[in-house]
Write a protein that binds this ligand. Structure first.
Ligand code: HEM
Length: 284
């Protein structure tokens, strides 16, 4: 491969293909005089945003695959998302090498910006099925961002697509609100999900898909938990730059799940069930 420039063929290089020069110009410190730790602060957020972009790309494809009943491919892509998320959970701890004083030296420059305004993080929540339109109220958005988020709220989520795929396979389920209070409808869905968890060998692909989605929920929960601890180490009980109560607000988000029923269903399995039939050791 090559680029043409003034009719001269320039061979493709690592730098031109990846636009490394352009990329490395994007970490612009705002502090003056420049504060040493601001580069890390900018780099880590940008790295998160690049990975969020990849996650959204994979989720959108996984959703399409689910609609085409290609359970294997949907599973493969969601599994990839969970691997990226594992990296994102551990990455937050790099910030623990910043002292509270280092952060305080440039924190006021950010004000009132905050991770709370990360559009891609909200997209990630919405596409998973955690659709809370209220979060949009606290975010200043340009027209393009607002449309993107409104579209995400309207569009099918992975949770919707999962339940539709289950329906097409004869399960009597519907994509209830994750915290549906109507106990009869809830019980019906739980009984259907139980079939998969009671007999994973009979529903191999569906079982793996459901567990990959639980893993995704778990990774986001873990990220929230690790993020809030790092935040507490850096700012203690100070308010967030985004205007929230800070740690107290973040603590309140550490229970959010897109697939609460997939978590709950395992509680329906009885201890000493009939698993001997499938799992018993066969004597030689
Ligand atoms: C010095 C490090 C950090 C501090 C002190 C910090 C602080 C906070 C605080 C206080 C909030 C609550 C909203 C508010 O500002 O009032 C928040 C929310 C958030 N932060 Fe951070 N943060 C840090 C690093 C990061 C990083 C590296 C990311 C990666 C993208 C991130 C992503 C988010 C997101 C997505 C939210 C919204 C969470 C939700 O509403 O559920 N933060 N952060």
């Amino acid at each position: 491969m090559s680029n043409t420039h003034d009719d001269i063929e320039i061979p493709m290089t690592y730098g031109t293909y990846l636009k490394v020069n352009e990329l490395l110009k994007l970490q612009e410190l705002q502090s003056d005089p420049p504060m040493h730790d601001e580069l890390l602060f900018i780099s880590i957020h940008q790295a998160y945003e690049i990975w969020f972009k990849q996650i959204l790309f994979e989720f959108d494809s996984a959703l399409q695959r689910l609609e085409l009943d290609d359970i294997f491919e949907a599973y493969r892509l969601i599994k990839r998302v969970t691997k990226i998320e594992t990296l994102l959970v551990s990455q937050i701890h790099i910030l623990e090498t910043m002292t509270p004083r280092d952060f305080a030296s440039f924190r006021s420059i950010l004000n009132p910006a905050s991770g709370f305004q990360s559009v891609q993080f909200r997209e990630l929540e919405f596409v998973s099925g955690m659709k809370n339109p209220d979060v949009l109220k606290g975010i200043k958005l340009n027209e393009e961002e607002r449309q993107r988020l409104e579209q995400r709220l309207e569009n099918k989520s992975i949770r919707d697509a999962l339940y539709e795929a289950l329906q097409r396979r004869g399960f009597d389920v519907e994509a209830l609100d994750p915290y549906e209070e109507n106990s009869e409808r809830r019980e019906q869905v739980m009984n259907e999900l139980f079939k998969i968890y009671d007999s994973p060998e009979d529903y191999f692909h569906l079982y793996n898909l459901c567990e990959a989605l639980v893993e995704h929920d778990q990774n986001i929960l873990l990220w929230r938990f690790h993020h809030v601890r790092v935040v507490e180490r850096l700012i203690g009980t100070k308010m967030g730059t985004g205007g929230s109560s800070g740690v107290r607000y973040l603590e309140s988000t550490t229970k959010k799940r897109a697939f609460p029923m997939l978590w709950e269903v395992r509680g329906m399995l009885k201890d000493q069930h009939h698993y001997g039939k499938a799992r018993g050791i066969t004597k030689a």
